[in-house]
Design a protein around this ligand. Structure first.
Ligand SMILES: O=C(O)c1ccccc1NCC(=O)[C@H](O)[C@H](O)COP(=O)(O)O
Length: 207
């Protein structure tokens, strides 16, 4: 299986272009205002218009108002939503789009109980941050906790870099890896060389 790659926290067109050129399968925009990687929906829509076919666009939110999420959906036309807060399955499924649900793994194995709460999720993203904290933290978790017996695809996130992603794939066997701070110079500003090293490392580990 070829491990899919999502580059998250995109705020600049050149970073979206490079991610697509290097073979990323998806890019993510963060629409939670308190994030350092927040992008206005109108600016994201301009970048979205340049994203080539077969590269998915994911809109991230975290306990945001439904009206705001609806505005993001109308303006950006993302392929999927990604929820990072205390949203329930009904909340996540209410926008007529497929969705990913992030599970905060900061508390360890006890977080795994929440995986069963999202039967309509297209995928579950296990992320290293703590419960109630924002993603993009650069915190990793114990990859051996990644379950092997779920029907939904599992995405691995949190503290991944070019130097550790091969081992992460070997241990966790995720459907996809998701990276943000590990390919940045500062929040929202991607580093082309780091992005290239990261994507090359994934491809070597999972051709
Ligand atoms: O990136 C943010 O600032 C953010 C804010 C609120 C919710 C989610 C957010 N980001 C999620 C991601 O970028 C990734 O899914 C993931 O957390 C990977 O982050 P990193 O550990 O930096 O690679």
């Amino acid at each position: 299986m070829r491990t899919r790659i999502k580059c998250c926290g995109i705020t600049r067109e050149e970073d979206a272009d490079l991610a697509a050129d290097l073979g990323a399968d998806a890019i993510g925009f963060v629409f939670t205002r308190r994030s350092k990687r927040f992008i206005e929906p109108e600016a994201a829509a301009r970048i979205r218009a340049t994203v080539p076919p077969f590269v998915s666009v994911v809109a991230l939110v975290m306990d945001d108002e439904p009206d705001w999420i609806a505005h993001v959906v109308d303006t950006v036309r993302p392929d999927m939503l990604q929820f990072h807060g205390n949203e329930r399955d009904d909340d996540c499924a209410a926008f007529g789009l497929r969705y990913l649900k992030a599970i905060a793994m900061g508390e360890g194995a006890s977080a795994l109980a929440r995986l069963r709460d999202y039967p309509r999720a297209a995928g579950l993203l296990l992320d290293g941050h703590g419960l109630g904290e924002m993603g993009g933290s650069g915190h990793r978790f114990d990859w051996s906790l990644m379950p092997a017996d779920l029907d939904q695809p599992l995405l691995l996130a949190g503290g991944l870099t070019a130097d550790n992603v091969a081992q992460a794939i070997e241990v966790a066997r995720p459907w996809a890896v998701d990276v943000s701070s590990g390919i940045e110079t500062s929040p929202g500003i991607k580093d082309g060389a780091k992005m290239e090293r990261f994507i090359s490392a994934v491809r070597r580990a999972s051709p």
